[in-house]
Structures are given as C-alpha cells and as structure tokens.
Design a protein around this ligand. Structure first.
Ligand code: SAM
Length: 287
C-alpha cells in the first residue's frame, strides 16, 4: 500500500512523507492529533494536520529554543515552558544542573500522554525529574495569574496563531511575560517563518508586538526540514540582555554539553538575517 502524509504549505504547494503506519488518530478537546511512522523521519505527529515534531529533525528545534538563551544567561534557575507537549524543550532545559525549577504549561494533556506513549525520544524526561511540574491549562491564563519576577526564562513552544495558540501571540500575553520575568529574564517565542506569505504575515505581527513590549527584541533563524519552506525563526526578547553582546560563550562551552545542532559560533550567525527578512521586519505597515 502507498500511504502518504501530505501537508499544504500553501494552497498550491504541498509537502509529503511516505508513511509506513498511521499509529494513532483522535480529536481532543482542542485539536486533531495524529501519529505516524515513516522510514526517513521516524515517528512524527501532527496537530490539525500541521507537522509538529519528527524524530529525525526535532534536535534542531529543541537545541535552538533552549541553548541560545541558556548561553546568554547560564545562571537561569526558574524556567516556564508554554506549550511544548512533546517534551523536547523540557528535555533540553533539564540537562542544566543549575536549573532549579521548570513549570510546563500545556493546554492539551492528550498531547503529553500520547507523546509519552509514542514519542519517548522527546517525552523521556516528562515523568522522572522532580524539578519539572506540568500544568494542563491555557498559557495565556497562566501568565495572567503569575506573580511579578517569577521566571528567568520563558520558552513559548507553541502551535501557530490559529486555534488554541492564538492568545500566545497577543500584547496581553507579551506584557504579562515581561512582568513575570526577572531583571535578566529572557523570552523566546516560536516566531513563524519569513518565506511563505501567510506565515510571514504572522511573523511580522508577532515581531512588531514584541518589539513594542521589550527594549531588546531580536529574531534568529534555523533550518527545519519538515516545516513550511524549511526556514524557521525564534524571537529573542529581554529587558537587559543582548543575545550577542551578552553571549557567555566560554562559560557555556565549559559546561561540556554535547549538542548536535547548536554551537556558540552558530549562535552568533543565527542572528544574521537575510536581507529580505530584515526588510520585512522593518516594514511595519499593514501588520
Ligand atoms: N515544535 C512545534 C511547532 O512549532 O510546530 C510545537 C510543538 S508543541 C507540540 C506545541 C504545543 O502547544 C501543542 O502541544 C499545543 O497543545 C500547545 N498549545 C497551543 N496553544 C496553547 C496555549 N494557549 N497554552 C498552552 N499550550 C498551548
């Protein structure tokens, strides 16, 4: 049988992976969840038909969401993860012995439970580290109720701004993140892609709001083979720390953490954006 997973990257552009097995499908309270097996990408899962995580390329996303801010402030102790139900972000954060507490707020408990069943590669640290506490609720509501100065690092590992992820791309959310971050705090957010028009529009909207909220707001890029166009971005925002000027390369390298994608030279390079992306970010008209 010839079975394929196909995602529309645009109305006239599709991306497909040959599938050896459709392992699981269900509609949770929030979204449609599917797990597949494939030869090239291993096990992968989708939410509402959009690719989330594959065993083959998840290291790129999770290295870049976690190690970039950790190399700017290796003294981070209190971390908040919003979304990230597959567990890959928590797995990387928990590699730092200096981290004392990780709160993970995932709206959909079913994503976590299914990843624990089918995707141990990312979910492997979700039930065996006392520093991690999981909350199954909306991240937007969670940050509203947090006390000032609660976290040194907030990682927004969310879906796109359609459906349950929508509130995580609003001024209300970013303002609360700023309020609950400590003086040296850093916010990293899933920042969409500059390449296809619909994603680029969301990228510009998110970027503008973050720049209006935080004194330091930059964007960095990475290569994600299974996401639309393969070119993806994270946003870096903080009150005081600049991602390049304040990079603690020697300190981070002295930790001896083995990573497959991230290194401190790539860290600097990832903030050097292509001209068309710089121009898009500068052009705030019609956003
Ligand atoms: N790496 C992925 C990407 O960018 O496509 C994201 C992975 S992670 C699975 C995204 C998670 O965000 C999902 O499990 C989803 O349930 C969760 N999520 C979406 N909206 C949320 C919200 N408002 N609060 C908390 N979690 C949310």
């Amino acid at each position: 049988m010839d079975l394929w997973y196909t995602e529309n990257h645009q109305n006239d552009t599709k991306f497909s992976i040959q599938v050896s097995e459709h392992i699981h499908t269900e509609k949770s309270e929030f979204q449609e969840i599917d797990f597949f097996k494939s030869k090239t990408f291993g096990t992968f899962f989708t939410l509402d038909g959009l690719m989330m995580v594959t065993e083959k390329d998840e290291f790129i996303y999770h290295d870049m969401i976690v190690h970039v801010p950790m190399a700017v402030n290796p003294d981070v102790k209190k971390v908040l993860i919003i979304g990230g139900g597959d567990g890959g972000t928590a797995r990387e954060v928990l590699r730092y012995s200096s981290v004392e507490k990780v709160d993970m707020v995932e709206i959909d408990e079913r994503v976590v439970r299914l990843c624990q069943k089918y995707l141990q590669q990312t979910a492997c640290k979700l039930d065996n580290d006392v520093r991690l506490k999981m909350y199954f609720e909306d991240g937007l509501k969670f940050v509203q109720e947090c006390a000032d100065n609660s976290y040194d690092l907030i990682l927004v590992d969310s879906t796109d701004p359609i459906g349950p992820g929508e509130g995580l791309f609003t001024y209300a959310f970013y303002n609360n993140c700023k309020r609950i971050l400590t003086k040296n705090g850093i916010l990293i957010n899933q920042h969409e892609s500059p390449y296809y028009e619909s994603y680029a529009h969301e990228m510009r909207r998110s970027s503008k709001k973050i720049r209006e909220t935080f004194p330091i707001a930059k964007v960095y890029q990475f290569h994600m083979p299974t996401y639309p166009s393969g070119h993806w971005l994270f946003g870096f925002a903080s009150k005081e720390l600049d991602p390049i000027v304040d990079l603690k390369a020697d300190k981070w390298n002295s930790l001896g953490l083995k990573t497959k994608y991230y290194n401190t030279n790539l860290h600097v390079g990832s903030f050097m954006l292509p001209t068309y992306v710089i121009e898009m970010l500068e052009d705030t008209a019609n956003v």
